[in-house]
Design a protein around this ligand. Structure first.
Ligand code: PLP
Length: 368
């Protein structure tokens, strides 16, 4: 059996050091807002290339706090519009609607699966305040065109970097340092994953950083003094300690993902399977390896792989605009997004998968 992702195997790669870190925190007796958070925030900010990193409870909260901070700063107001890719994971969109902002869904390109930058300008109105790009599947979604639109219309650029820890733009900047602020998730299955929930915001803006830090800690900057009506959204010391261990190995772990991805690109040759454009290695952190299956055979391929002992997952089977929670969009037509939802299948990829396993997977796909 080849699972889609064995978290047990991923943790075991650095198991001794992770256990040591957890034990250290347990024995220290300090479990929130301490040295482990400080150290991880400093190391992660350095890795991403920003002045500030603020740990928080999860990736959804990280994105929520960015928009909320802009509202508290008077930069955005409820009712303002945020452009967002229609095919993202629902969290990006929830972070916008949770703040009373209005998501404007823009289709992806079928060959990149990232937001189609040719469609963004037409979606901009006088109420547009930001573009939220998502480095979906680990692929760099930033383009110079997006950067110039932000300048031209004075829009904030927010990056959802939940799936792309360690991905770079062509100019060498790491995703998460390109926009005005970025949200990161450390959900266990992500490239940099905790042993539970975790998230962070990175930014170079000191005012935004201070607002996010306060919001994620009840809105408080000083004990028992509350500047904002915030929430409890803190990163545990244990998780920060684990993340700091795993951060040291992130480049190495991502390099293994690249070997796996390159093997898939070089050897998958079933004509009903198409792969997204191949990016230079640095521009893809290969969080997931999405394929598109033609002729309505996606589910059949999923079942066939399952029967042959290979786990695959669909990212994502129902597009956000087709969800019950966004009933008001259910009748909108977004054909590319819907096509991706109908044809996408993610193959196993990760830092712990073996050569033998990926050879078996490719053989099965080519024989389908
Ligand atoms: C995982 C993910 C999130 C949310 O992260 P959580 O830590 O699960 O809250 C946000 N956006 C994208 C694109 C994600 O994949």
């Amino acid at each position: 059996m080849i699972p889609f992702l064995s978290l047990k195997d991923v943790t075991a790669l650095h198991g001794a050091e992770i256990n040591e870190a957890v034990t250290r925190v347990v024995n220290n007796g300090w479990y929130l807002q301490g040295k482990e958070n400080e150290r991880f925030e400093e190391d992660y900010a350095k890795f991403i290339g920003t002045k500030y990193c603020i740990g928080c409870a999860n990736g959804l909260d990280a994105l929520i706090w960015i928009f909320r901070a802009y509202i508290e700063m008077g930069v955005m107001q409820p009712g303002d519009e945020v452009i967002v890719p229609a095919n993202t994971y629902i969290a990006t969109i929830l972070s916008i609607t949770e703040n009373g902002l209005k998501p404007i869904l823009v289709e992806p390109k079928l060959n990149t699966l990232e937001i189609d930058d040719d469609l963004i300008e037409a979606a901009i109105t006088p109420r547009t305040k930001a573009i939220a790009i998502v480095h979906l599947y680990g692929r760099n979604a930033y383009t110079e065109k997006i950067g110039s639109l932000c300048k031209k219309y004075n829009l904030k650029l927010i990056e959802d970097n939940a799936q792309a820890h360690g991905c770079k733009h062509t100019d060498g900047r790491t995703t998460g340092s390109i926009g005005d602020a970025a949200g990161h998730s450390f959900y266990p299955g992500k490239n940099l994953g905790a042993l539970g929930d975790g998230g962070a915001v990175t930014t170079n803006n000191p005012e935004l950083a201070a607002a996010v830090r306060a919001l994620a800690n009840y809105g408080s900057q000083k004990k028992y003094v509350f500047k904002y009506a915030g929430r409890n959204s803190r990163l545990d010391e244990i998780q920060a300690a684990v993340l700091d261990v795993k951060l040291k190995y992130l480049v190495e772990d991502n390099a293994h993902r690249k070997l796996v991805a390159n093997y898939y690109y070089d050897h998958i040759n079933n004509p009903i399977v198409s792969l997204p454009d191949r990016l230079p290695d640095a521009q893809n952190a290969y969080h997931l390896f999405p394929i598109l299956v033609a002729d309505g055979k996606r589910d059949a391929l999923h079942d066939y792989l399952e029967q042959n002992g290979v786990g695959t997952v669909i990212h994502y089977p129902i597009a956000p605009h087709k969800q019950e929670c966004y009933k008001e969009w259910n009748k909108i037509s977004l054909p590319i997004t819907e096509k991706v939802a109908d044809a996408e299948l993610s193959l196993p990829i990760g830092p712990a998968i073996s050569n033998d396993e990926i050879q078996q997977i490719v053989k099965l796909i080519n024989n389908f």
